[in-house]
Ligand binder design. Sequence first.
Ligand code: SAH
Length: 370
Amino acid sequence: MATPALKPNLLDLDLAACEALVTALGFKAFHGRNLFKWIHKHGILDYACMTDCPKGLRTALQETVTLRLPRIIHTQPSADGTIKWVMELEDGQRVETVYIPEDGRSTLCVSSQVGCALNCAFCATARQGFNRNLQVGEIIGQVWHAARQRGAAPSNVVMMGMGEPLANFEAVVTAMAIMQDDLAYNLSKYRVTLSTSGIVPNIYRLREVCDVSLAVSLHAPNNPLRDQLVPINRKYPLEELLPACRAYLAADQRRKITWEYVMLDGINDSIQHAKQLIRLLEGTPSKLNLIPFNSFPGSGFATTPPERLATFRERLMRSGLLVFTRKTRGDEIAAACGQLVGRVDDRTQRGVAIAGIRPPAGPATRCHAP
Ligand code: SAH
């Protein structure tokens, strides 16, 4: 018999795989559906609490599979309501997940890798290098925890945490399918967003297998500058990236690419850059998010001053582009874009007392895995 560590993890399975497992164990497929629903919709991990699960199936599951989740080792609330969770994986690696409430909605920023290999010049995650891909259960486990901690599934999920989601293609696609499943987190395709720095072949692949919203980390309007800021551009330059993005949209005329553009003082924020950007995005349905640069020790960059940012934005909007300035959230707990490093430092231990934040709930149900 397999040792427990080698048993498959139920959290790695999408609905079809869950049904296949249960039928392979000699039970009807609908028990697989129920099992999937108990885990993801109700947050129940204890077979004994799954009232419609036949006894024989419970025993078979106990013998053949396990239920393994990341472990929340630190919860850090921020004054603006943002919460950062540091999660520890089975091998002791850590990733971060950020919950951002706003106007009755909530967005969960989910990690896809431990570290990142892409080495973008202005990103804190890049500094820790690449460690490994997350498994499906480690990705969807972040959503599972958020739903339990907050008492409801988040209204949006953005694959904008640590890592490059398109470099962990299969696991990310399966996890996003679980997010969208109405027996699980029931998020529409407009409420799941994958952000990529531009791995062009995988943008084409993605289009074949799912239709989530696509965000692209642009950060520069020309190749020489983007080569420096987002080095993957040397492999997949703008003249390849833009057609891939347009092809991604082709299936749905109402959609737009969300371009992320981090505002770096004196680097990519001149009127000349704005004009290049307008030309570059011509003919591609676009929404542009300007992100004030979030600093971290030793970054070597500063954010564009507000007046210049306003002028830059104004110039873009005059051309008819849809432009937003992203509010920086969770900055003081290092939970903002590009600040996630999976570390628990002293600052995070202080236990900031913040008004308006519900203390993290204990185990969501009695039937919670140990
Ligand atoms: N690797 C994917 C997913 C990460 S998303 C991607 O590149 O799209 C995180 C977003 O925050 C990206 O747009 C990233 O470029 C941006 N970012 C990284 N470091 C940042 C920083 N220090 N300040 C502001 N935004 C940053």
